[in-house]
Design a protein around this ligand. Structure first.
Ligand code: GLV
Ligand code: MN
Ligand code: MN
Length: 414
């Protein structure tokens, strides 16, 4: 079966811009889980999925779910997805490209009156980034049935709990379990996403097939010292939580740089209290994000970093708590799906490059109920989680063609 030509790309790029216009702040793209902008974005996605001939609902966690029936109503589905929340001051492609490209592909099938021997569902996941609350992958975990209710008591930086934010969005926190899907409802989970790294660009390729998604651990660290007068407490008598945190931040960098085996560690948030220029900081909290190519490597690194933070806190007389806020094991992409993506890439005339994903994706949660796979699209200079994130329209088109070809030729696992 031939992919529709020409051009799903123009519509996809227009819609990327339309979705990016829905932001908390006019000059930066920020659209966090359960915000009013998140709600407005969900409504836009509902309309686009309906235009593509899909039956659409917003599930109990805020995922926008569309279904395009196959030849036999009620058949298991090939699930396509990505997320519609963003980091703060985000690029516009991370997440939305996968959702909008999937909708464009189904719209193409719908316009041509094509039904396949299986159903297709698209899920625009409500939270992948974990920007607002401490835990991530909330949308896909709800679908996989692994959402942990304890997350509902998590608070955003304004002190609002996830439970209250859900109610404000129009959702019932006690019904999250109803978003869960059974493994027998899914044939596979497939996600198109920007690479967020430099490999495809270096290889002069618009697309690539993902082999594995690296696991991740996030810690929330709190150091408690003694707040005091900046003018009167001698340096040797201080228990300054912020200088302790600074030493920890540099230790994370040092341990990861010294590893040489693909270990990466990031402190992305740090808060110091009470927060006055003439007060020694008594209380500091910060996050640590740790990723490595294998779970064993990551776990060893987490143990090493934790031990070093403990040592620093003890040496400085600081009370320490370390909470594990997020842990996802490495998620391999199924070989039978990688092969189908590789065939589609070849059929579109590109060399097949297989590459791992250092970034996290919804497939890490979906792997609990389905075999997963990912198709990467090149992004400029490998830049992501940054407003400079950019995908060339020709690469949008290439990604859409490959995805449509995968869908049209999809063969469930024998
Ligand atoms: C999501 O983008 C992540 O990898 O943290
Ligand atoms: Mn993403
Ligand atoms: Mn992201």
């Amino acid at each position: 079966m031939q992919a529709e030509r020409p051009g799903l790309g123009d519509e996809i790029v227009r819609r990327i811009d339309a979705l990016a216009a829905i932001s908390e702040t006019p000059d930066h793209l920020t659209r966090v889980f359960l915000s009013k902008e998140h709600r407005a974005a969900a409504e836009l996605l509902v309309g686009w999925m309906q235009q593509a001939g899909m039956l659409v609902r917003i599930d109990a966690i805020g995922n926008v779910c569309g279904r395009y029936e196959g030849l036999e109503p009620g058949a298991p589905c090939l699930m396509l997805g990505s997320h519609y929340d963003t980091v703060r001051d985000a690029g516009k492609w991370d997440g939305p490209l996968g959702v909008i490209t999937a909708i464009a592909c189904i719209g193409g099938l719908h316009r041509r009156g094509i039904r396949l021997p299986f159903a297709i569902e698209i899920v625009a996941f409500a939270d992948e980034e974990g920007t607002r609350f401490a835990s991530t992958l909330l949308g896909s975990r709800a679908v996989a049935g692994t959402f942990v209710d304890g997350a509902l008591t998590g608070r955003d930086r304004d002190g609002i709990t996830m439970r209250d934010a859900m109610v404000a969005f129009g959702l019932d926190p006690d019904r999250i379990g109803s978003a869960a899907r059974r493994p027998d409802e899914l044939l596979a989970y497939l996600e198109l996403h920007i690479e967020q790294g430099p490999v495809l660009e270096a290889e002069a390729l618009p697309v690539g097939v993902v082999t594995v998604i690296a696991g991740a651990t996030r810690l929330a660290v709190t150091l408690r010292g003694i707040a005091g007068h900046a003018g009167t407490v001698p340096m040797a008598m201080r228990r300054d939580a912020l200088t302790g945190a600074a030493e920890c931040v540099v230790a994370v960098e040092r341990l990861c740089r010294g590893d040489g085996g693909g270990l990466v560690g990031t402190v992305g948030i740090i808060n110091a209290a009470p927060g006055a220029g003439n007060v020694i900081p008594g209380l500091v909290s910060f996050t640590v994000d740790i990723r490595a190519p294998t779970d064993a490597h990551r776990k060893a690194a987490v143990a090493g970093i934790t031990a070093e933070i403990e040592r620093i806190a003890k040496a400085r007389g600081l009370d320490l708590t370390i909470d594990l806020t997020h842990e996802n094991r490495t998620a391999p992409c199924a070989m039978w799906l990688q092969e189908q993506i590789a065939d589609a890439i070849s059929a579109e005339g590109y060399r097949v490059l297989a590459l791992p994903s250092g970034a996290g994706h919804d497939g890490m949660a979906m792997i609990d109920i389905a075999d997963i796979a990912m198709l990467f699209v090149r992004c400029r200079d490998g830049i992501s989680h940054n407003p400079a994130e950019h995908v060339e329209p020709a690469d949008v088109e290439a990604g859409a063609r490959v995805l449509l070809r995968v869908i049209e030729n999809f063969k469930p696992k024998a």
